[in-house]
Design a protein around this ligand. Structure first.
Ligand SMILES: NC(=O)c1ccc[n+]([C@@H]2O[C@H](COP(=O)([O-])OP(=O)(O)OC[C@H]3O[C@@H](n4cnc5c(N)ncnc54)[C@H](OP(=O)(O)O)[C@@H]3O)[C@@H](O)[C@H]2O)c1
Length: 220
């Protein structure tokens, strides 16, 4: 599998470590339709604003894309644009395979709203000081999975890779759910899993696919 990796910083460099058949694109080697041609899959760990700017070029290549970029809003037409071009993309705010289990656990906790009158959800996320977006894309995904507004707080300190904690509070009890990323290799492993999947014929439908949905389909 020939991978075009765009963004070879803290996270992208882990993809390069794990998969040798990889061409690296960054600010010294800006990707173009021509230079991306011939790759089986594109993996992006670019900052969100740079990824957003590159979307038209990526669609033009017709190559499947796996993207972990966060901190931007998807164009409203993206799914239709990809379907019109008959190309599949997979996106995730967090490519940790363990996050799929967390997704299911949050599904259970979200039922609290029908059990307790006073249930409140809080999400606290901690990341390294160089992270550009706050709250993190993962915290926003967790809020989506809870299915109602949560109070989200963010902390930036040291070189923390990523800690997310959800608390469900009622007057008389609190339930905590915590995920801590210990090595950025987990994101690379998940993105490469998605890349292998998307390059396997007919495994992923055209359009914009959420990583969590792709995994759930595979586990069924
Ligand atoms: N979904 C997930 O699982 C997950 C996990 C971790 C991080 N992320 C997200 O991934 C993104 C990258 O995070 P990071 O911590 O790895 O960032 P980083 O260390 O700052 O690396 C960013 C990379 O993008 C390149 N880049 C920036 N602007 C560019 C442009 N205009 N054209 C081409 N290349 C450009 C940089 O190039 P140079 O090397 O030339 O400077 C660098 O290689 C963020 O959005 C972060 O939130 C997602």
């Amino acid at each position: 599998m020939k991978v075009a990796l765009i963004g070879s910083g803290k996270t992208g460099s882990k993809v390069l470590e794990a998969h040798s058949s990889t061409t690296v694109f960054n600010r010294s080697n800006i990707p173009t339709t021509q230079s991306l041609a011939g790759h089986d899959v594109i993996i992006s760990f670019l900052p969100g604003d740079a990824f957003l700017e590159l979307i038209p070029t990526l669609i033009e290549t017709g190559i499947p894309v796996v993207t972990g970029s966060t901190g931007f809003k998807w164009p409203s037409t993206i799914d239709t644009d990809l379907k019109n071009n008959n190309v599949a993309w997979i996106h995730a705010t967090n490519f940790s395979l363990g996050m799929n289990l967390v997704h299911q656990m949050i599904g259970i906790l979200s039922k609290a709203k029908s059990l307790f009158l006073d249930a409140e959800f809080n999400i606290h996320e901690v990341h390294h000081t160089k992270k550009l977006d706050a709250p993190s894309g993962t915290a926003l995904s967790w809020q989506d999975w809870v299915g109602s507004k949560c109070e989200i707080t963010s902390e930036r300190t040291g070189d923390v890779i990523g800690i997310h904690e959800l608390s469900l509070n009622t007057k008389n009890e609190t339930i905590f759910l915590k995920h801590e990323a210990k090595d950025r290799g987990i994101f690379a492993a998940g993105a490469l899993w998605a890349a292998k999947h998307i390059t396997t014929k007919n495994k992923v439908s055209s359009g914009l696919n959420a990583f969590a949905d792709v995994i759930l389909k595979e586990l069924k």
